[in-house]
Design a protein around this ligand. Structure first.
Ligand SMILES: CC(C)(COP(=O)(O)OP(=O)(O)OC[C@H]1O[C@@H](n2cnc3c(N)ncnc32)[C@H](O)[C@@H]1OP(=O)(O)O)[C@@H](O)C(=O)NCCC(=O)NCCS
Length: 171
C-alpha cells in the first residue's frame, strides 16, 4: 500500500518524472506543469512508497455547457500515472479512490475521464453519452466517461463537456 497525500512543492520534479515515464512522452507532464501555474482549484495527489513519489493523479476544473443553457461545474481526471515498475499493485486504484473522496467533500458535481472503460467502471464511472454528455475532442464514445457526484445537478446536464484549454495541447 502506498501513502496517498496532497502534492507538495518539493514533489514537482518527481511528479514530472512519473508522468513522463508512465506515458513515455512529455505531453501529459507538461500540461500538469502548465496548469499548476495557471489554474486554481486543482486537486493533485501523489502516491509515496519508501519515501519516493511513484504515482500521481490530477483533477482540474471542467464544465458542462448544458444544452438547456446552464453551466454545470465539475472536475476532469487527468492524468493518472504510476511508474512502470510500480504498476499492477493497486496504486492507481488508491489514487483514484482518494481523489474521489477529496472531491466528495467539495461542491464538485461530476468527474469526467478519458480512459479505459474497464478500469474506470470499477469506481462508478459510466459512459458519458448515456447522460447525453459529449466530449469536445473526437474520441471513442466508450472512452469518455462520467461519474455524477451530485445526481440533482446532473439531471439536466446533457451537453458539451470541456476540460481546461491547457489540455488541447495534449490531445
Ligand atoms: C493506468 C495506470 C495509472 C494504472 O495504474 P496501476 O497502479 O497499475 O493500476 P492498478 O494496480 O490500480 O490496476 C491495475 C489494473 O489496471 C488495468 N490496466 C492497467 N493498465 C491498463 C491499460 N493500459 N489498459 C487497460 N487496462 C489497464 C488492468 O486491468 C490491471 O488489472 P490487473 O492487474 O488485474 O490486470 C498505469 O498503468 C499507468 O500509469 N499507465 C500509463 C499512463 C496511462 O495510460 N494513464 C491512464 C490515463 S487515463
Amino acid at each position: 500500500m502506498a501513502e496517498i497525500r496532497r502534492e507538495r512543492p518539493e514533489d514537482i520534479l518527481a511528479i514530472r518524472n512519473v508522468n513522463d515515464r508512465a506515458f513515455g512522452r512529455p505531453d501529459e507532464g507538461a500540461v500538469v506543469d502548465r496548469l499548476r501555474g495557471a489554474c486554481e482549484g486543482l486537486v493533485s495527489l501523489v502516491a509515496v512508497v519508501d519515501g519516493r513519489v511513484v504515482g500521481h493523479i490530477l483533477f482540474s476544473p471542467a464544465r458542462i455547457q448544458a444544452d438547456g443553457g446552464d453551466e454545470v461545474t465539475g472536475m476532469g481526471l487527468a492524468p493518472l500515472a504510476v511508474l512502470p515498475e510500480y504498476q499492477r499493485q493497486g496504486i492507481g486504484a488508491q489514487l483514484v479512490a482518494a481523489g474521489l473522496e477529496v472531491l466528495r467533500q467539495t461542491p464538485c458535481h461530476f468527474v469526467v475521464v478519458l480512459g479505459h472503460p474497464a478500469y474506470y467502471s470499477r469506481f462508478g464511472f459510466g459512459q458519458a453519452s448515456r447522460l447525453g454528455i459529449r466530449c469536445k475532442w473526437n474520441v471513442p464514445a466508450e472512452a469518455f466517461m462520467v461519474l455524477a457526484l451530485d445526481e440533482d445537478a446532473m439531471r439536466d446536464a446533457s451537453g458539451m463537456a470541456r476540460y481546461r484549454d491547457e489540455w488541447d495541447a495534449a490531445t
